[in-house]
Ligand binder design. Sequence first.
Ligand SMILES: Nc1ncnc2c1ncn2[C@@H]1O[C@H](COP(=O)(O)OP(=O)(O)OP(=O)(O)O)[C@@H](O)[C@H]1O
Ligand SMILES: [Mg+2]
Length: 252
Amino acid sequence: MTNSVVRVSNVEKVYGKKGENQYKALNNVSMEIDKGEFVGIMGPSGSGKTTLLNVISTLDGISNGKIQIDGTDITTMNQNQLADFRAQKLGFIFQDFNLLESMTVYENIALPLSLQNVSTKEISPKVHAVAKTLDIEPILQKYPAQLSGGQKQRSAAARALVHNPSMLLGDEPTGALDSKNAQSLLETMTHLHEDHNITIMMVTHDANAASYCKRIIFIQDGELYKEIIRTGTREEFFRQILDELAALGTQG
Ligand SMILES: Nc1ncnc2c1ncn2[C@@H]1O[C@H](COP(=O)(O)OP(=O)(O)OP(=O)(O)O)[C@@H](O)[C@H]1O
Ligand SMILES: [Mg+2]
């Protein structure tokens, strides 16, 4: 039994059809993410971060190589299988929360389960459990318009987690937030990682956001360039990340 939630092996992603203007966005990328890890993906604009997140989250296919999630090879699945796999195994944290305004917090959180035809009786304990984890039980009957930014985020995080996914994924999840709300989301993610062993992969260009991660993978021109692991304080890691970004910048 392996402990890895994600195993990416020699992945290549080429955009564009043969004979047209092709662009290799990922080149021979191999990496693993273990259960309970909080991993950040960093790199210059256009380096392939979103592409890497999208192929791991099964939203986009690859040109060569192999991707396994929880031991399942996702590269051989058809579109229907991928949709089911995503719905069951993955949770997404979006930039703009994506809460539906006409539904209560409870209904928003329950949505991924309703869509999977989970019975009403089974839904309630799951919604209450995740609401407890994220400290939003008192606001379950409110509508998104009645919530603070932090409450919206925790509600969105609850919805991403309610079906007990193998991992949480976010592409610049703090990108549209003010610094107070960004910090609260990062603290929520830290809590999920540290206290609930949730596996998280976050793309970010922000050194402060990245400093909450325990490992950062840097990519450049579609290739893995370096990785660093947090051993000391978050402040030390923040400075280390800034140094790495400066080195990347002067190099390119
Ligand atoms: N659908 C597409 N068709 C063709 N080329 C694409 C497509 N999507 C992305 N690319 C190219 O692939 C490269 C990597 O794009 P990607 O979106 O992964 O970058 P990124 O690291 O997320 O950048 P950013 O920090 O700006 O979000 C870029 O050069 C981009 O122009
Ligand atoms: Mg991107």
